[in-house]
Design a protein. Sequence first.
Lengths: 218, 443
Amino acid sequence: MQGIGWAILTALGALLALAYYAFVVVPARLHRLHCDGLRAFARLIELRSGGRYGRVEPFLEWSKALASRLNLSLRERRQLELAIYLRDIGMVAIPYQTLHKRERLTEAERILLARHAEIGAAIVEQIPGLRQVAPIVRLHHVVYAEQPEAPLSAHLLSALEDCLPLIVAGELETALKTLQQGAGTRYHPLVVQAILSEVRAQGLSGRRDLARSAALWL
Amino acid sequence: MPCLPLCYMPKRRRFWLWSGLLGGAASLLLVVAGVPFVHQHQLGAFVAIVVLATAAELLLVRYPLRPEYPDRGVWLSVSTPVVVATILAYGWQFGVWLDAIVSLVAGLFTMHLKSTRARWVFVNTAQSILSAAAAGLVALLFHSVPTSVLSMQGIGALVAGLAAYMLVNTLLVSITIAIAESARLSWVLGQTLLCIPRDVLLMVPISTLIAVVLAVEGAFGLLGVLVPYLALRQAFVIWAHQQALYHQTIRSLGFLVQRAHPYTGGHLQRVARWARRVAERLGLPPERCELIYEAALLHDLGKTVLDERILNKPTRLTPEEWEQIKKHPQLGAEILSDTPFLSPIAPWIALHHERPDGKGYPFGLQGEQIPLEARLIAVVDAFDAMIGGEAPNQHRLHRRPLSVEEALKELERGAGTQFDPQVVQVFKQIVREWQQQEPLAGK
């Protein structure tokens, strides 16, 4: 009877390990594989637009921190990451000359360029494993006052699309002012709050690092 | 009448001959096994096992083998642990009959639900019977069956039985796929044999549990096996999904190229198919042939980055425009370079316009400096472009499409300078075979 007990326990232990592997480890790896595959799409857009669109690194970095501030679930965080890679995929259908135009765009060109979100969503909808990401791609330039019910991930991307280029260019004050002015109208107030908190936290840690390095020199 | 070797027979006749062989051997085995006697107290257990195994057989997972056939591939069944545990608990005859009933019932269900053809149900049932018999035979070598798994010999018999089942089943399924899909047996075996150790390792715990439960608790204990069974199935689903996802990304990238530049669609797929056939004929390993297929499918990816006014220009290109076009191989490689599972094909894409005489672009490499894969794609790409496959609806004014014969002559003329002579030779043979199979080809 003791032998039977051990055999059952061992088999159950092995199956529990298998279940953990199947339900936890493999989905995480699967997500990473998915992201690695989509990196090529983002790179394509970046190259096609001469670096104007399709950049992912600052978006990934900021969205990671902001997703935890906004309490997004693991599923929502993964979808957000996929959407970051795919958000500008519709640019593939925008004429090369419009993407590279140095002068101010005409009204017709602006409308054409704005269609990239819809075109991108239409492309993503055709890839079975990515259909759930299509709404975020479609609404990644959403205006809060027009569609407050849009997914929070889409509101987050919309705010990041406007403020990250400014932050990366070193114009932090302008970025924060834009966000604060647009809170509740252009941008989701929760998202604005999360970004402001994150900037404050990063600023504090930045000062702490400076103090630490100064202490080392002294 | 002289007896033709199997490989020279028409595909349909080959398939029926193989089905007949399988069916005959399986029927003989069932006769030898006889109808196993089921005691009244074992009847409940027997019915429960049949239900569990049939459910397991019905919840199949498809594992795609080729990117261009997402709806085809190997069907993985997780009824095997149940069958092997039954062999150990009740004897090999019991196991053989269980697998026969389960495969047939599940097959008939599948036929009804998923429009599977009757001949596949027949072939699958025969394969299952032969695999179960092999498992029983190997288990007997370790221990007399029926036996308890609660000993080293018992566990050894179970693992050996599972391995034998998987090995025989994989071999038989691979031969069937090779015949039905006209694929090389070595390629199919390369795709399927490597999975056996992993699958056996997965099945050992669940098979042990079923065998123990059958010995201790009888039929009702099998309900407790349901949860671990679902975990096992989930593992299979995720693995299959992972494989499908990889293929899906490749297809989506190809689709994207096609969408941005509609005329390249058919060209890319044709070049990819030809390239894989040449690679197989050159005797390259199966996984390298697959990579060559993917590289050929994506070889013009860099063009999506270029100005479409240059790509679609019907008149002769200016030197500046040519310089732009010449960037596309490197751009394609750059797109893929950050994606780990696609990075091996990036150098082949970057160098697919190099020439053995050093007059190619972007680097002007010579002979063996250019990877074989890039030389191979160059030949196939040039052939399809020459016969007008690259832009069938918008022939450029300065370039008329050539006939197949003219294009082959061009390849021969360029062999050694523009193209790799060995690849040209092999490709020519393949085109000749294609012309024989399809007499209207290229006319």
